[in-house]
Design a protein around this ligand. Structure first.
Ligand SMILES: Cc1cc2nc3c(=O)[nH]c(=O)nc-3n(C[C@H](O)[C@H](O)[C@H](O)COP(=O)(O)OP(=O)(O)OC[C@H]3O[C@@H](n4cnc5c(N)ncnc54)[C@H](O)[C@@H]3O)c2cc1C
Length: 407
């Protein structure tokens, strides 16, 4: 991993394919997602709120299955393409973008799975227009503790898997899981050795949703990402085939630390999208609202807020795309870049939403305005995909242990 931050001739031009994917996602977002997002957000019944209609439309456009192979019906999009599309979709609605991003993350994992297990799943995923994925790791007594900063045998990750008659049997409980109640396939983290710490004793399993013994508990009512359904999941003697363990016993840290870290710029791009939505709305409001004898955008206080928003969004986008490019082109990829992207983009988006609320004045607080929704949505990303505190700690530790180059 040392010296992996070097840049080996980065090309800032997007390919025709990347531009095309960006423009499909942008059109879909502005024409189909944004016009319904605010009303959909307010629906209290989660089953009615779930945007299956948009999911099916995204499938027709190839966006749901964006990173998957063309031979199964995907677009074979690289990480740069997923970031471009993720930003556009999140301008329309962050929760909807998260639903697809959780499904894209699986691509980084499936790449490493044995073809005889992987290929039937790839086919199903691409063909079924409502196929979404989820990654259940968090449990009631284990949130930050599964992030890899702290590790000890006593950590209360209490989902266990043991082998019986050639099958894995999984028992346990997960919570706060994005796509929990709606996914067709889970990547479940379960301990395979109670006497080992997580680094050595935590394993990852591909678990089909329809398997007997799986049930959905509480579907959480969140302040943001309300078009993304998030729930508890219970596993009660869930039997899965022996070959559905990913990369063998004790590999969940490799899956989380390396494979899922490749998806971090994609998650960061969705956070960026909600910041951009706040900026775009704040800008048009500043161009129309008249106070003090002129449009408020001509008051320097407002101009400065708009400048700060634009500057932070530009920095976030550049860093996300640089990181995405590194994932696509540079081996080994310095995974701290993905963590940094997520921290920076989520904090920039939250600040944009906060400034957007100020630029809207009283209207920013009202539920009839999109701005209060952006603030709620942006707040979720400070926390999901690993809290920014824990990501900072992991970055610091990686440097401290001299695992990456400082320059
Ligand atoms: C919208 C959303 C979507 C999510 N989706 C998923 C999902 O799909 N799959 C999944 O598995 N999980 C998911 N999560 C769960 C998420 O990963 C956890 O909420 C997160 O890891 C924090 O765990 P916790 O909530 O238990 O908080 P805690 O771990 O209790 O943390 C509370 C506070 O203490 C801080 N803290 C904890 N430990 C330390 C430490 N060692 N040093 C310093 N500070 C510390 C944290 O940063 C935080 O500020 C999601 C959460 C949200 C909000």
């Amino acid at each position: 991993m040392k010296n992996s931050q070097r840049i080996e001739g980065m090309d800032f031009n997007l390919t025709e394919k990347q531009k095309n994917i960006q423009s499909i996602a942008r059109k879909f977002s502005y024409e189909e997602i944004a016009p319904v997002a605010l009303e959909r957000d307010k629906i209290s019944d989660w089953e009615k709120r779930m945007p299956w209609d948009l999911t099916e439309k995204a499938s027709k456009l190839g966006l749901r299955q964006l990173p998957y192979p063309e031979k199964y019906g995907g677009l074979n999009g690289d990480v740069v393409s997923c970031c471009l599309a993720g930003e556009e979709l999140a301008v329309g609605d962050l929760g909807f973008a998260v639903n697809l991003d959780q499904t894209w993350k699986l691509a980084h994992i499936l790449e490493k799975v044995d073809p005889h297990v992987r290929d039937p799943w790839l086919k199903k995923l691409c063909e079924e227009p409502r196929f979404l994925a989820a990654i259940p790791m968090t449990e009631p007594d284990c949130g930050s503790d599964h992030q890899g900063y702290y590790d000890d045998v006593s950590i209360a990750l209490n989902t266990f898997a043991h082998k019986k008659n050639g099958k894995w049997i999984i028992n346990g409980q997960k919570r706060y899981i994005s796509n929990g109640p709606v996914a067709s396939l889970y990547v479940v983290a379960a301990r395979t050795d109670k006497n080992k710490n997580l680094r050595e004793g935590l394993s990852g399993f591909l678990v089909p949703r329809e398997t007997k013994g799986i049930s959905i508990g509480e579907v959480n009512e969140k302040i943001g990402q309300r078009l993304s359904m998030n729930s508890e999941i219970f596993f009660n003697n869930v039997e899965i085939p022996e070959d559905h363990i990913i990369l063998g016993e004790g590999s969940m840290f490799e899956i989380r630390g390396n494979l899922l870290s490749m998806g971090k710029p994609e998650a960061a791009a969705t956070a960026l999208g909600v910041g951009r939505a706040a900026f775009e709305h704040a800008l048009s409001h500043a161009q129309e609202r008249v106070q003090g004898g002129k449009v408020i955008g001509k008051h320097q206080a407002i101009e400065m807020m708009l400048a700060d928003m634009a500057m932070n969004l530009d920095i976030a986008r550049n860093y996300i795309l640089k990181t995405a490019w590194a994932v696509d082109n540079q081996k080994p990829y310095d995974y701290t870049q993905g963590w940094k992207c997520k921290i920076f983009a989520s904090e920039a988006a939250f600040e944009c939403a906060r400034l957007g609320v100020e630029i809207f004045g009283g209207a920013g607080i009202m539920q009839s305005s999109p701005m209060e929704k952006y603030l709620r949505d942006a707040s979720t990303f400070l926390h999901s995909d690993g809290t920014n505190q824990l990501l900072r700690l992991r970055i610091g530790k990686t440097y401290f242990e001299n695992l990456v180059s400082r320059f």
